[in-house]
Design a protein around this ligand. Structure first.
Ligand code: NAD
Ligand code: ZN
Ligand code: ZN
Length: 346
């Protein structure tokens, strides 16, 4: 089968021919219908050899959807032909976090060598994907795999970040979204759907700010030296009750910490390496900083419900598997509108 693999440190990913896997006991083989390209893949492919730990070659793709092609011995709950999406942050399924569906915070995954697809285990940018357990599959139930595959990360990650900030996001509150890319453009819609917050979105280009307004942002601000003053002015000096940094570089973390209100919350979601400093004098009273990762199984079901009810929609640009490396070039250039989705044979 064809797969898009990261084969050597610093090299662009390439399409290679590899054997099609066979599902062992408990495993499920999907024929992939769609796979999303995340900025995290780009972060990983930018790591120097001494920091890269995911093994080579690595089949990319941690956002996957497909049709059940073959099931291993003992698999129940899914049948050949079912259209499903993959819950990506695989955990052990047994620890205290996993028992709550929070496999993203599995306490034993690392020790057990359990890695998400595309982030250690072979990923979804291939014709077929081996899934370790049927509990990691969520039925699409009529949702389009191409427009919904990215809900598994670009939807789930902002949903998880926003949901825990909801107590601060009632009527009259303000939320700031930094970065209107794959995660950010869905994050704005989620804020519209589940919170009472007024939304201020920041990005670098007018095209991204226009996308933010289309997605439901009330105000947009160019993310430059004037950004902090602009956000403060829009909030009569108070600042934002919650700031979602979907970039995470030093420039955006600095803006986040400078615009958060007293008792507000900063969620650093982006893996840009920026650091926040907190001190009694320099931080608004009782403000807090979090670094949420992906989301839980039950949250993914909730995200799919939002899509089914038409409350959120992912903007996608389609690429064939042969052309998948170009999706990453566009991601790198910052010219994508929404998410790049690879459609094998498409
Ligand atoms: P993306 O490339 O689709 O979007 C990033 C956006 O940020 C782009 O619109 C870009 O123009 C904008 N941007 C860049 N610099 C900026 C700046 N200084 N100010 C404002 N905007 C700026 O990326 P994505 O796939 O949405 O991922 C966003 C980040 O979240 C990445 O760092 C990714 O690795 C990370 N991520 C984290 C998790 C998690 O669980 N914490 C999950 C998925 C992705
Ligand atoms: Zn991701
Ligand atoms: Zn676990």
């Amino acid at each position: 089968m064809k797969a898009l693999q990261y084969t050597a440190i610093g090299a662009p990913p390439e399409v290679v021919e590899i054997p099609r896997p066979t599902p062992g006991p408990g495993q499920v083989l999907l024929k992939i219908t769609a796979a999303g390209a995340c900025h995290s893949d780009e972060v990983i492919m930018g790591l120097p050899a001494e920091l890269y730990r995911l093994g080579l070659p690595l089949t990319l793709g941690h956002e996957g959807a497909g049709v059940v092609h073959e099931v291993g011995e003992g698999v129940t709950g899914v049948a050949v032909g079912d259209a499903v999406a993959v819950y990506g942050p695989w955990g052990c399924g047994r620890c205290h976090s996993c028992a709550q569906g929070k496999e993203n915070y599995c306490q034993d995954a690392e020790a057990l060598g359990i890695r998400p697809p595309g982030l250690g285990a072979p990923g979804a940018m291939a014709e077929y994907l081996l899934v370790d357990d049927a509990r990691h599959l969520v039925p699409l139930d009529g949702l389009d795999p191409v427009t919904c595959v990215s809900l598994t990360d670009a939807g789930l990650t902002p949903y998880h970040a926003i949901k825990s900030s909801l107590p601060r996001l009632g009527a009259g509150s303000t939320a700031v979204v930094l970065g209107v890319g794959g995660l950010g453009h869905v994050g704005i819609q989620i804020l519209r759907a589940i919170s009472g917050a007024r939304i201020i979105a920041l990005d670098l280009t007018e095209a991204k700010l226009a996308l933010a307004r289309e997605m439901g942002a009330n105000d947009t601000v160019v993310s430059d030296e004037g950004a902090v003053a602009a956000v403060r002015a829009l909030t009569a000096g108070r600042g934002a009750d919650a700031v979602f940094d979907f970039v995470g570089v030093q420039a955006t973390v600095d803006i986040a910490m400078a615009v958060v209100a007293m008792e507000g919350e900063v969620a650093i979601v982006g893996i840009g390496g920026g650091r926040a400093s907190v001190s009694f004098i320099g931080t608004p009273h009782d403000a807090s900083v979090r670094s949420p990762y992906w989301g839980s199984r039950s949250e993914l079901i909730e995200v799919f419900e939002l899509a089914r009810r038409g409350q959120i929609e992912v903007e996608v640009e389609r690429f064939s598997l042969d052309d998948a490396a170009r999706a990453y070039e566009r991601l790198h250039a910052g010219t994508l509108r929404g998410r790049a989705v690879i459609v094998p044979g498409g």
